[in-house]
Design a protein around this ligand. Structure first.
Ligand SMILES: NC(=O)c1ccc[n+]([C@@H]2O[C@H](COP(=O)([O-])OP(=O)(O)OC[C@H]3O[C@@H](n4cnc5c(N)ncnc54)[C@H](OP(=O)(O)O)[C@@H]3O)[C@@H](O)[C@H]2O)c1
Length: 265
């Protein structure tokens, strides 16, 4: 597995490089730096590193990013902060990763990127959004379907939500300042129909309905509700909205409830 580390001469990535060198072969690593001086500094600190472990590039100069990401499996991106182009740098790297067929993009963000009044947090929030948009379009694998039945959705059984809510409400202090993304299962409407068909022994068909029909079903007939609903359905239709199930698993202390488990209740 080949790994690219950005901000390699910086403080934070230094810790990551140290951890990687302790557990994976040096040949797996490529460190993105801006100068020969940085290469000398890093090879003096980590004598195991060879010239082949380095790529010289500038995240503000797209022509230098392509060669740096070529042949890479996993990128760990830790961009510089407090510069006006931080978001553009992140997006340029994500685009280069996509073009090069990089399999995983690990973005080292910041605590509470939604604090948009902090400019360096907002810059990272915008990179996260770009990455989520792109990851969702890359994922691919009859019930009324108001969006493409092949796009991935992150589903959460409301019993699981309630169990987590109760834990937090009844013992709030350990959860102070935390922010949890709760997702129990990623699947498509087609997957749900297939699971239900198998459970009841009868074919379930998927009936596509228009966003107007869906919004009428939700009791929305105009104004903000229709605008918000329309945007949501458009987004789900184009990209889906998958999430990661690890946080919910950890909070529950058990496997999250899946559609299959729900049908068997
Ligand atoms: N350190 C922390 O405690 C902490 C905490 C939370 C979040 N973070 C986040 O972690 C990130 C890195 O922080 P840090 O403290 O490790 O920063 P740092 O020590 O200042 O390192 C910044 C790195 O970015 C590189 N860089 C600057 N401009 C570049 C460009 N145009 N193209 C490519 N590389 C460029 C620098 O390379 P040169 O050496 O060539 O300048 C350096 O390696 C920041 O986004 C920060 O918000 C850090």
């Amino acid at each position: 597995m080949t790994i690219l580390i950005t901000g390699a001469s910086g403080r934070t990535s230094g810790y990551v490089i140290e951890a990687l060198l302790a557990s994976s072969p040096t040949s797996d690593l490529r460190l993105l730096v801006r100068s020969e001086v940085a290469i000398q500094k890093l090879t003096a600190k980590y004598p195991g590193l060879k010239p082949a472990n380095f790529a010289i590039g500038d995240l503000l100069e797209p022509s230098t990013i392509g060669p740096a990401v070529a042949g890479i499996d996993v990128i760990f991106h830790n961009g510089p902060s407090f510069i006006p182009n931080e978001t553009a740098m992140g997006i340029a790297l994500i685009e280069a990763a996509k073009a090069a067929g990089v399999k995983h993009f690990v973005f080292c963000s910041v605590l509470h990127p939604i604090l948009t009044k902090l400019l360096n947090h907002k810059a990272k929030r915008d990179i996260e959004e770009y990455l989520i948009d792109l990851s969702a379009t890359l994922q691919s694998s009859v019930i009324s379907a108001a969006w493409n039945p092949k796009t991935w959705q992150g589903y959460l059984d409301l019993h699981d939500l309630a169990e987590v809510a109760a834990k937090v409400i009844l013992d709030p202090a350990p959860h102070n300042l935390s922010r949890y993304e709760l997702c129990g299962q990623n699947c498509t409407i087609e997957d749900v129909a297939r699971e239900l068909s198998a459970h009841i022994g009868k074919k379930i068909a998927i009936k596509n309905i228009s966003s107007e029909e869906a919004l009428a079903h939700f009791g929305q007939s105009g104004g903000y509700g229709v605008e918000a609903g329309d945007r949501m359905l458009y987004y789900y239709n184009k990209r889906g909205i998958p999430g990661n199930t690890n946080v919910l698993r950890w909070l529950l202390g058990r496997e999250p409830t899946t559609w299959k488990a729900l049908f068997q209740l």
